[in-house]
Design a protein around this ligand. Sequence first.
Ligand code: NAP
Length: 307
Amino acid sequence: MYDIVIIGAGPAGLSAAVNTSFLKLTSVVIDDTQAGGALIQAYPWKKVDYFGFYEVSGKELAEIFVEHARKNGVEIIEGEEALDIKKLDEGFEVITTKNSYKGKTVVLATGIIGTPRHLNVKGEDLEGIYYYLKDPEGYRGKKVLVVGGGDSAVENATALSLNGAEVYVAHRRDEFRAMVKNQERLFKTNAKIFWNTEVKEFVGNKKVEEVILFNNKTGEEFELEVDNVFIFIGSVLKKEFFQRLGIEMEGNFVKVNKDFMTNIPGVFAIGDITPGIKRISKAVYEGEAVAFSIFKFLKNPYWGKND
Ligand code: NAP
């Protein structure tokens, strides 16, 4: 029986594990893919500016986080998806695709990056339409459409353009939501931006060949021939997993109290699945904060009542 079973080995889950190790609580971190979270899964190549790290790649930063955790004796299990959490007389049992793990408490740090939002338009299931950019250098000379106006769309469009792709960006508004710094980088590239523009349909025979777009102000429709499409319109929380566990939601987020505890005593949630900005620093902070919350929950220290 671990003190804590942490589901998700991104910055939030790893930070929780490291910080609970300082408090001499035992933990295991389970990840359905590879430890490192969105940093490694969504943008390993991207230069990330995380406080104290100037333009470190997502992969490098993930490796630093993982190494820090391992050096503190954190046990990390990769390639196991958590399917269910059962309440025991004492604590919980987390059932994964391969094993089960018992913990006095559970921390949900699953993130949302694994479930990209879809446009839900005709032809979206054609080949050549992606929701991640694994290799920005792989599209040199290709004509690509990027859909969206947030940091993901703008940063990925910039990377594609700087790596020699012919880039078009379609955004449904006349301004981007992305950080100004990222917008300025995109504006310096050759990417062409279609403002107030949405996708009506993807056309192709097995693979996408053309996109039918429309201007949502004028209603004008136009076609764009493409080799590939990247859709970056945000991510959605896998609500069903949480709802099935009886966890209370707050809109699209998991509802937590000031100790990051959900409505189920002993089950905590941190990172992108809780309300607030989606930033590495928030995930790391919540990992640290939840460690103290769990220490208080399990050990009831004299100082725990005052804050
Ligand atoms: P996001 O910020 O939620 O942006 C999604 C974009 O897609 C928005 O521009 C939105 O348009 C558009 N959109 C949503 N649904 C759409 C639909 N059905 N049809 C057309 N367009 C649609 O998502 P994200 O870019 O993936 O970023 C997620 C979070 O991670 C953000 O908080 C972001 O700041 C953060 N992030 C940060 C960095 C960084 O710091 N470098 C990098 C990546 C992500 P509207 O603007 O009209 O709503």
